[in-house]
Design a protein around this ligand. Structure first.
Ligand SMILES: [Zn+2]
Length: 306
């Protein structure tokens, strides 16, 4: 696979691929489910750290791309890594266990100098524009979610904020999909399946919290217990941005919510505030405040993607 004609064929095939919602921007390999080994990263994470998307994965190689660079990583023992058709380093250790391909994080320092536009350069904006984000308004239809102390239901607030987040992100040119756009019931596994089918760069589920003690207030980010670093990074970016709303932060916590555990890519669940707290319920019902929260969530998502 290392000879020149094979490489040229691979580069030609890759040039025909484009990224958009519904067409994988991250290839069949998505973020790892754990960040336990600090030395090894999934090829999806490696691409993200370099500002590249995974455009192709086979049993022998992975291709990472942006509009200026093609990085070809051969994942068989003794193989090499190529940047724009030039060999830059041996691939080193490759871990293919658990349906994920992991390579040494140290490859970043070998690949980056050979790239035409390192991360943060002019390509960063392009990557963001090609990103696919799935916005999930929690509950809906026969499932109203929590009831607020003011009598309204969680599902309606979630939809109002989620719709505005989706509108703001679409306005920025991102490919945005909602799991529901009206008062309809969508099964939890279907919500995750939508993100998985689209190989979304990020799945964000929007909820409002409840608690037996009415004094409890503030927003919380949730990621799955075995979440990837990308999920934690996205949660951190949204939490930081949410502080602009003036609501108190409970930071990022882990939980086994189905929409988080069943999504294969980065996923965050946002609990915006407590419907069981009278003043937060009033804020969450206020269309002006809903827009402020939506803006903060959208800003956090854009921050994570750039
Ligand atoms: Zn909920």
């Amino acid at each position: 696979m290392g000879n020149k004609s094979n490489l040229i064929m691979l580069f030609t095939a890759a040039a025909l691929l484009t990224a958009s919602c519904g067409q994988p921007s991250d290839g069949p390999v998505v973020d790892g489910q754990s960040g336990t080994d600090s030395q090894m990263v999934t090829v999806g994470e490696l691409g993200r750290l370099l500002g590249l998307r995974v455009s192709e994965t086979t049993s022998t190689h992975v291709m990472l791309k942006d509009s200026a660079n093609t990085v070809l990583i051969f994942t068989i023992s003794g193989a090499r890594v190529y940047v724009n058709a030039k060999p830059v380093a041996p691939v080193g250790k490759v871990d293919k266990s658990g349906g994920q391909i992991r390579v040494s994080r140290s490859l970043i320092s070998k690949i980056r100098p050979a790239m035409q536009h390192p991360e943060g350069g002019p390509q960063a904006g392009l990557r963001r524009l090609s990103a696919c984000v799935v916005i999930d308004a929690g509950h809906g239809g026969k499932d109203p979610g929590a009831k607020s102390v003011l009598g309204f239901y969680e599902k309606d607030i979630n939809l109002a904020v989620a719709s505005e987040v989706a509108r703001l992100l679409s306005e920025k040119g991102l490919n945005v999909r909602m799991t529901r756009s009206g008062d309809s019931f969508v099964e939890l596994d279907e919500r995750a399946a939508i993100a998985n089918r689209l190989e979304a760069d990020l799945f964000v589920s929007i909820h409002s919290d409840s608690f037996p003690k009415s004094s409890r207030r503030g927003y919380t980010m949730y990621v799955a217990r075995s979440a990837s670093r990308s999920s934690f990074r996205a949660a951190g970016a949204i939490a930081r941005s949410m502080s602009q709303t003036g609501l108190a932060s409970h930071g990022t916590q882990t939980a086994s919510y189905r929409v988080l555990t069943d999504t294969s890519g980065p996923a965050v669940l946002v609990e915006m505030g407590y419907l069981t707290n009278r003043s937060e319920a009033a804020l969450l019902k206020d269309p002006y405040f809903q827009n402020r929260i939506a803006q903060a969530i959208a800003d956090g998502i854009l921050d994570y993607l750039s």
